[in-house]
Design a protein around this ligand. Structure first.
Ligand SMILES: O=c1[nH]cnc2c1ncn2[C@@H]1O[C@H](COP(=O)(O)OP(=O)(O)O)[C@@H](O)[C@H]1O
Ligand SMILES: [Ca+2]
Length: 482
């Protein structure tokens, strides 16, 4: 008599049912395309001194909120900023061609059409727009014409408000540090450009109603942030230098001896060129020669006095002000200081934490000729201006924003945190809705998780089947045996 096979019926049915479910699940899941491709976005930062192009890249599969964005490439446009082409606008457009061609090579061709392209202009264009609206419009027309010739999805060129510039710089720094998603205490952002400077942070106690124009409210990943931000037009380091020179040339002299420049420094400057900016134009001396000779004296304390005269500390109609009657709550928490803050402080070796009380011993004015020999690879204009810029930065931070010894030590001078620090990343994150207001419930398992589980089940079933066959075969051999 044939022995009854214990594997028969119920177990066979269970195995078959699970097997069918597993195979159906595997086929369904496998139909979802694997997460391989990437998406791209391009932002042009049209600053007052120069334009830079940034290409960002993120996983296409996680389009809305979870994919990490990284900077894939950057390109520095040759020449000056677009606002410097006011007299020859078409050249502003042409200047961007080389970097745009680079972008064409960097982004895979099949992604070109869906790659958003933005241009944001900052304080240089803000000033040109104030001074000569027609010229500013012509520069934008020329820039648009060039950008539209490329196969990307052109999303427009515009001037960012100072508030946007400050707020997006803050978003960038905190996104890169991964603070937003994790709901951690945020870092403040300090951005020093050539024509304007921004300060943005979340204050400890913040009465928004005191100055609503300085408040920006964000809801990001389910957290609320009440950000304080202010942009000081004309207080970027290049316009601040103009203001300092204007302060010293009020009487229209032929020569000035400037404490912010090296003792052997001597350059002939043109009065019309110096006063050709809305930041100083009203102060142009009525009677002055064509040129003046700008010589150096090299004295930190006197330089600081000149720089202090650029700030008005007297009038304040709020509970607290920084300068020029602008409301500012006390600085709070850590800060990331980037752009010219970084370039200058890095060059002067002041990026390490130091006591704000001993700053008057820090800047020693060597002879500019010695410095040129030591740093032959660095642009001479930067070299000659580093001491002015360093003194300006220290004065702006301590006297202007009221950083003290303790709070100053929480400023980190940064160039990048995996991507360059600046407003461009925050701008793109915002315009592409890449940071959701709420944290979406993520699926219990990612795609790869499902595939792995189904594969393991199928494997187990396979092993089970093999065991069964072996068992049946062995049993038959036994029962057929002698
Ligand atoms: O290598 C460097 N050393 C010193 N300063 C630099 C260097 N690279 C850029 N800068 C300065 O950084 C500033 C950048 O300002 P930007 O062009 O972004 O103006 P904006 O933000 O006011 O529109 C300019 O003052 C420029 O001279
Ligand atoms: Ca800038």
């Amino acid at each position: 008599m044939k022995e009854k096979n214990p594997w028969h019926k119920p177990l066979t049915i269970i195995i078959t049912v699970i097997g069918v479910i597993a195979i159906v699940a595997l086929v369904t899941v496998a139909e979802i395309p694997p997460p391989v491709s990437a998406q791209y976005g391009i932002v042009l930062d049209a600053g007052s001194s120069h334009t830079a192009l940034y290409i960002y890249k993120w996983p296409a599969e996680k389009d809305n909120n979870t994919g990490r964005i990284e900077q894939k490439h950057s390109c520095k446009v040759k020449g000056k900023g677009i606002s410097s082409y006011a007299a020859v606008p078409e050249k502003a457009g042409m200047s961007l061609t080389e970097c745009m061609q680079e972008a064409e090579m960097q982004v895979p061709a099949w992604r070109h059409q869906e790659t958003p392209l933005y241009l944001g202009a900052t304080a240089g264009m803000r000033l040109l727009n104030m001074e000569n609206r027609v010229a500013s419009d012509k520069v934008f027309e020329a820039v648009e014409k060039t950008l539209q010739r490329f196969p990307f999805s052109y999303q427009g060129a515009r001037i960012l408000s100072g508030q946007e510039e400050g707020a997006f710089g803050w978003v960038t720094v905190n996104y890169l540090d991964d603070r937003l998603k994790q709901g951690l205490q945020t870092t403040g952002a300090l951005d020093l450009g050539g024509a304007s400077t921004q300060i943005s942070f979340v204050p400890r106690e913040y009465d928004i109603s005191e100055s609503p124009s300085n408040a920006v409210a964000f809801r990001l990943y389910g957290n609320y942030y009440n950000l304080y931000t202010h942009s000081f037009l004309c207080y970027g380091k290049d316009q601040a230098l103009r203001m300092a020179l204007a302060h010293q040339t009020q009487s229209g002299p032929i020569t000035i001896s400037d404490p912010c420049f090296h003792p052997d420094y001597s350059v002939t400057r043109n009065y019309n060129t110096l006063y050709d900016s809305p930041c100083v134009s009203e102060r142009k001396p009525k009677v002055a020669p064509l040129n003046f000779i700008h010589t150096g004296e090299g004295n930190f304390l006197q330089c600081q006095e000149v720089i202090k005269s650029l700030f008005n500390f007297k009038s304040c109609k709020y509970s607290k002000c920084s300068f020029n009657g602008i409301f500012q709550p006390p600085v709070q928490g850590s800060f990331g200081a980037f752009s010219a803050y970084y370039f200058v402080m890095n060059f002067l070796n002041l990026t390490d934490v130091f006591s704000a009380l001993c700053i008057d011993n820090i800047l020693t004015f060597k002879l500019v000729e010695q410095i040129k020999k030591l740093h032959s690879d660095i642009n001479e204009k930067y070299l000659a201006e580093y001491c002015f810029s360093g003194t300006y930065i220290l004065t702006l931070l301590t006297e202007g924003y009221n950083f003290n010894t303790e709070t100053f030590s929480k400023i980190k001078f940064i160039k990048e945190v995996s991507s360059d620090a600046g407003w461009t990343l925050g701008y793109m994150l915002n315009l592409t809705n890449m940071i959701p207001a709420e944290t979406k419930d993520s699926p219990p398992l990612p795609h790869a998780g499902y595939v792995s589980i189904v594969t393991v089940i199928v494997l187990l079933l396979f092993i089970l089947c093999v065991c069964r066959c072996v068992w049946v075969k062995g049993h038959l051999t036994l029962s057929n045996g002698p």
